[in-house]
Design a protein around this ligand. Structure first.
Ligand code: FES
Length: 111
């Protein structure tokens, strides 16, 4: 039995200014991680669901990038206002938020 039911990984990779790949840190991913952690705690979910900072998830063009395990659902372009919808729909009700999926085939579970 695993300790956590779900893990949310939020890329907080930071690259130097002007790097062609850009980075999720420059697109506000730290605030997104902080809000995930805060809301999970407020909702009493922090013992079942873990929100962790990650390094580059190799989805830089789509950042801020977020992936949820064990479902392997990849989210792209997440904004601070999307966090609550992901928590309510995906984390609590097990209904991943399709409109926020990375649309590229290699990130789709059945792609
Ligand atoms: S910098 Fe975030 S996925 Fe690469």
């Amino acid at each position: 039995m695993s300790r956590f039911e779900k893990h949310i990984f939020i890329c907080e990779n930071k690259r130097e200014a002007g790097h062609p790949k850009g980075c999720c840190a420059d697109k506000g991913s730290s605030g997104i991680r902080e809000l995930f952690k805060k809301r999970l705690k407020e909702l009493g979910l922090n013992t079942k669901v873990r929100a962790n900072s990650s390094g580059c998830l190799d989805a830089c063009a789509f950042g801020p990038s977020v992936v949820v395990y064990p479902e392997q659902i990849w989210y792209s372009g997440i904004k601070i206002e999307d966090v609550e919808e992901i928590i309510q729909s995906h984390i609590i009700n097990n209904r991943p938020v399709e409109r926020l999926f990375i649309k590229e085939k290699r990130f789709l579970k059945d792609g």
